[in-house]
Design a protein around this ligand. Sequence first.
Ligand SMILES: NC(=O)c1ccc[n+]([C@@H]2O[C@H](COP(=O)([O-])OP(=O)(O)OC[C@H]3O[C@@H](n4cnc5c(N)ncnc54)[C@H](OP(=O)(O)O)[C@@H]3O)[C@@H](O)[C@H]2O)c1
Length: 370
Amino acid sequence: MLPAPVSTVAPSLATGRPIRWGVVATGSIALRVVEDLALLEDAVLHAVSSRSEASARTFAEKFGFAASYSDVGSTPGYERLLADPAVDVVYIATPHAQHHAVALAALNAGKHVLCEKPIAMDAVQARELADLARDRGLFLMEAVWTRFLPSFCRALEILRSGEIGEPRWLRADLGFVPAYDPEARIWDPAAGGGALLDLAVYPLTWALGVFGEPCSLLASGVLTPEGVDLQNSLTLNYDDGAHAQLITSIGAECPSVVTVGGTEGWLRSSAPLFNPAELIIQPRSGTLRTEEFEVLGHGFSYELREVTRCLQAGLTESPFMTPEESVGTMELLDEARRQMGLRYPSDPQTPTAADPLAGTPAPHIALRAL
Ligand SMILES: NC(=O)c1ccc[n+]([C@@H]2O[C@H](COP(=O)([O-])OP(=O)(O)OC[C@H]3O[C@@H](n4cnc5c(N)ncnc54)[C@H](OP(=O)(O)O)[C@@H]3O)[C@@H](O)[C@H]2O)c1
């Protein structure tokens, strides 16, 4: 079972010197995360960048950022932000396909990095980021916010206590049906669209948290005519006989909960599993009980506190969400993509036998059939 941070102190409270943040992109998750960043006493909202001058300025005015940068000629706004010496750490909130290039540029500019999930499009890219951060002595973390939530940390504490015995299996699902729009990143192969890269990180976070790295993975899925996965199913097997079954979907609604079965009882989260407000625990020889959790803001302040704490302490990685774990997650997603035949334009265009992403094509389905 992975370690989890345990803190009874509100994440808004300062833990040291002010940290000056730069935010790359002004989309929907950037908006929500910055609303929570503004709650941290020791966060300085210094700079934001966007492709568009109007978006950068509007975002900066809304939150009181001192500087805003946008594309000028062939220079992207984010490069101008990275040249700002007052920025300590960059939060990257672009679509998946831009994470690697922006994070690489940020690390090369000497900035610490918090990057949205998935950290990159594949394990090769993730490895390059992890190695560069280590070589340059810079902080790098994938923004897997669930890892830092009080409910997730408490779940691991309960499981570690042995209250439900030895965890033997885990089942988790996450899904919803977004409106079909070929321009939207979730339906677009060039943006790394589909359920796997967008959603599977959350069920995987639970499985990796409870059981660690699997010894094998079995994946299946169906693709849209455009070539992103509409739905996928992953089975993770462990040396000791435990296993996890994970489903993510953008073609069907899901309860979006996780259940862990142990030799002495079971534990279940409420929905959504990426930020559950309740844990339900049923020990075999006890009464069912529910534990409730409230989060500050949207719930992102816990991961933001961890980044702040690490930077203030001079750490180059969080012990609770390391770059190596992100590389390991991307390796699992690569293997799932190989088995599903899910390829993106960013993949090598001529698959060879040595290509880790070469696989048997998954069945394609027409959206109108749904
Ligand atoms: N942690 C979470 O709970 C959570 C939730 C949702 C999404 N995410 C992750 O956050 C990332 C962004 O998701 P989102 O829902 O915020 O997407 P979104 O609403 O489409 O916003 C992405 C933003 O990135 C910029 N952008 C778009 N296309 C770009 C391109 N080709 N090159 C450079 N920048 C581009 C745009 O900002 P500008 O116009 O300002 O440049 C856009 O508004 C994804 O990787 C996703 O997996 C995380």
